[in-house]
Design a protein. Structure first.
Length: 275
């Protein structure tokens, strides 16, 4: 089962895994990542302990290749495993056991490991690598997803489609800065899981990603009056209450009198948001 990409961002601050498979809830089995440590994908006849053991080895200072070698050496069924690892420095390693079902294989480059098994052919991995390379400069999560989508379009899992997942970590990137999880999205059972994952990533960007300076609109007295009237008309005591009820806290400045509002939230208020 499964094709995946494990990578580190160009700026060296994020690590992530994108994966798809004809396997229920593939995001539960395959990906693992910790900011400042690295990322791991374990698949084929997946040994899920590789996620935690592999990250532990990386945290102790092992390179991706050394960690991978240790995992395979200590495993009792190495020929059935497939693994991709990227370490804190962006070194990458991939492994495909000789008994993985055809087509199976992987490639590595600076900052990425791509691998898959039970694929329609090597074109799946080749398309993913090309998309990854051509995506330089794109937001990291979207670059991972674009590579995954390229593999899906090239044929993907030869058994069909069922699930996909995207995991991205960066220091302090979690909700309210409480952890390192920037993106943790899973499509467990769907006819077109990669497309659904893209839809969820757009929602993740809106609800769980902080506004950039370019997206912030200063709230002057006239705009504050507009926002207040909007909230009251919808049964809220004040605009802040509406923001909380709609989960837009990451995209409106704190306080009862916010200093700024995100352009996309303002579009929602004004009824001009894109469908």
């Amino acid at each position: 089962m499964t094709f995946s990409i494990v990578a580190r961002s160009e700026d060296g601050e994020s690590w992530g895994v994108a994966v798809a498979s004809k396997f229920l809830a593939v995001g539960n089995a395959v990906p693992a990542a910790v900011a400042g440590v690295g990322a791991v994908a374990t698949q084929a006849d997946a040994n899920v302990s590789f996620k935690f053991t592999g990250l532990g080895l990386l945290d102790d200072g092992a390179t991706a290749q050394v960690a991978l070698d240790r995992l395979i050496e200590d495993d009792d069924q190495p020929h059935d495993r497939q693994v991709g690892i990227v370490d804190v420095e962006g070194n990458a390693a991939t492994y495909t056991g000789r008994d993985c079902f055809d087509w199976a294989g992987g490639v590595t480059g600076a900052g990425y490991a791509i691998q898959g098994n039970i694929l329609t052919g090597p074109e799946v991995v080749e398309a993913m690598e090309q998309a990854w390379r051509e995506g330089e400069g794109r937001p990291f999560a979207h670059r991972l997803l674009t590579a995954l989508a390229a593999g899906d379009a090239a044929g993907g899992d030869r058994r069909g489609r069922q699930a996909a997942a995207l995991l991205v970590v960066r220091e302090g990137a979690g909700y309210g800065g409480g952890d390192d999880v920037a993106v943790d999205l899973r499509v467990d059972d769907h006819a077109t899981p990669v497309e659904e994952l893209a839809r969820l990533l757009d929602l993740n960007d809106l609800y769980l990603t902080a506004s950039t300076d370019e997206e912030k609109v200063p709230v002057d007295e006239a705009l504050f009056a507009e926002l207040s009237a909007f909230a009251v008309a919808r049964g809220h005591e004040h605009f802040r209450e509406w923001v909380g009820s709609e989960n837009y806290e990451m995209r409106v400045a704190p306080g009862l009198r916010p200093e700024w509002i995100d352009t996309r939230v303002l579009d929602v208020v004004r009824g001009t948001a894109a469908e």
